[in-house]
Ligand binder design. Sequence first.
Ligand code: SAM
Length: 374
Amino acid sequence: MKDIEFTVMLYGKDQFKYSVTRNNIELPAKFIKYHKTNFQKYFKIKESDFKGKEILETGCGQGKHAVVLSLMGANVTAVDLSIDNVQRGEKLKKFYNLSNLSFIQHDLMKPLDCKNKFDLISSHNWIQHTENPSTVLKNLVSNFKKKGGGRLYISTYHANTFRFFITQIARIMLKSEYYELMYNLVKFHFPTGFKEFKNPEDIYFENIFDDFFVPYCHTTTYDIVINDAKKLGLVPITEIPDLKQLYSLDNIFLRIGLEKKEYKDSTKGRFKFTKPVDEFAANLPSFINESIKLSKKTIKHLNKLDNAYINCSFCLGLYRIRAQTCMMDNPKEKHQILQQYLEMTLSNSTKSISAYYDIQQNYMNREESNSFYE
Ligand SMILES: C[S@@+](CC[C@H](N)C(=O)[O-])C[C@H]1O[C@@H](n2cnc3c(N)ncnc32)[C@H](O)[C@@H]1O
């Protein structure tokens, strides 16, 4: 399966399969309030000024953020790669009876030839999953109105947190053809689901596939995004956080508002948001260097075994460590737990590997339960 087809399958068919297709599709009031505030913060305009603005909402998924922008009175064009998501968006539009919202199916790795031009462009949590986020940014910026002053909001994955440390290990171990096996094995590794981790925003079933299987997962930093924005004639209009000791966090989103100041030829300049940040290459404290050393050894060891069940099991063990430590703020403790797990794996006595035989048995004898994670 080509990368783009895998992305369509993951985000169109699987990730959002239950959300908007349920009877009650109304967005929670908390969600609407949160995103209204978030859009005001990063576009740096007040709620009443959204009225009549032409907005392009990109990688729109099921259309939830597009609906919030429309409810604020903007004229919204929402774009997504997946036709299933466009159809989900149409359902939401109908539910909210919105005439100021339209959906387009389009691959934004290619220029969008849209007769509308836009005052504001929103990109919420998706460009990291494209083959080349800087190409997408170039394509988005070409859709601003000519007169200048257009604003771009980007939310994406920040590198150098614990989430992407374990994700990097998992992404080296997993192949796209393990996807179905993993989908089924999750039920054995997390038989009661994910509620016990009490962090439903960050730790949930789909997140495993979002991080471990999506063909591209380009984490980045503020420096990289600002560099690329500058090459496109954009400058930051929101505060850049002073991020220290990122590795003590489980996860943080990079969020920024940018304004178009001048025309720049986008074929020129060296763009950097083109590959993920290497989590093993950063200048890190020694306890993380120890995790890097052990991770590399473990990857080599498991690669030699070349067994899909073992690799999937091992990676689900990594996800469990993240889930269980996501509320801890002592990075040393997190990494100690990870290191124990890696050492056990290297000595072939890890729970994930010893459990593998049972899991394989269970998997073979399993009863299909489609409603388990709905
Ligand atoms: C993680 S989801 C985020 C959806 C939505 N923005 C949200 O935050 O709920 C990623 C979305 O990006 C879309 N997408 C991925 N690659 C794309 C591309 N090249 N062009 C347009 N949309 C794309 C996917 O179909 C999916 O709906």
